[in-house]
Design a protein around this ligand. Sequence first.
Ligand code: DHB
Ligand code: FE
Length: 288
Amino acid sequence: MSIDHAASTDLSPEVATAAASGANATERFTSDKQAAADTPPERVSLLARQVLSAVHDTIREHKVTYDEYNALKAWLINVGQTGEWPLFLDVWVEHVVEEVAGESREGSKGTIEGPYYVPNAPELGSAAILPTRDGEQGTPLLFQGQVTAVDGTPLAHAVIEIWHADSDGFYSQFAPGIPEWNLRGTVTTDDQGQFWIHTMKPAPYQIPTDGACGNLISAAGWHPWRPAHLHLKVAADGYQQVTTQLYFPGDAHNDDDVANAVKPELILDPKDVDGGQEVTYDFVLDKA
Ligand code: DHB
Ligand code: FE
């Protein structure tokens, strides 16, 4: 099966292209994130040498030719020109950074943030309805739960940011023709640490195939799919923020995610109810 993102967007004459979502993701990263400027030179040197040495070893071991070297050079130039560095890094590198960062946490598992987070989504209280379009397609989903500390203490007024793709696999602010805050919101837990979020189930997501990342995938004979997922950031004063994703059982790509970001603890257990699905998932935060 193949869903062509560009072909499935009837909502707008504009089409979702890798270059457009790449440019948006690059712009967001540049404006929202700070690069660590205080890394000491010894550490920069150690890390840079080790990465370069892995490249040198690969070239020697596999007798990489000048044609292959030039193909790599052209490809790297293209990654930059299409703004796909955030996509490339978040798909093929971030999961290991997250693994190391989360190693000593006891609470809820995290996973990669990906390129499509936008801060300051509308505040929707503790019983939230995420913004949708009239006639938003998909299965209605009630996602509810409680935020607690590792010792079980409920965390009142914890802040849950949620964002996810629509039933075509598109994210607002990165694909054209979708209202700014569609399927994005900031939810705050009540006095018992509880929350309720009404939304529409997302679809499996295909990373853009018409740009540099897509070229790599087709040249290598890989596939571009991520399983359907909800993205979340959960924060409370005095606790470590968790950035995570939650997945749905039975998705063909839960075992085979292009971004390697699925963990067994992150697969939800939704129940069919009248008019849609309902699922409970509790978050546990470690002390800061
Ligand atoms: C990408 C997209 C996602 O929605 C995600 O969660 C991770 C990576 C990407 O296109 O790079
Ligand atoms: Fe995503």
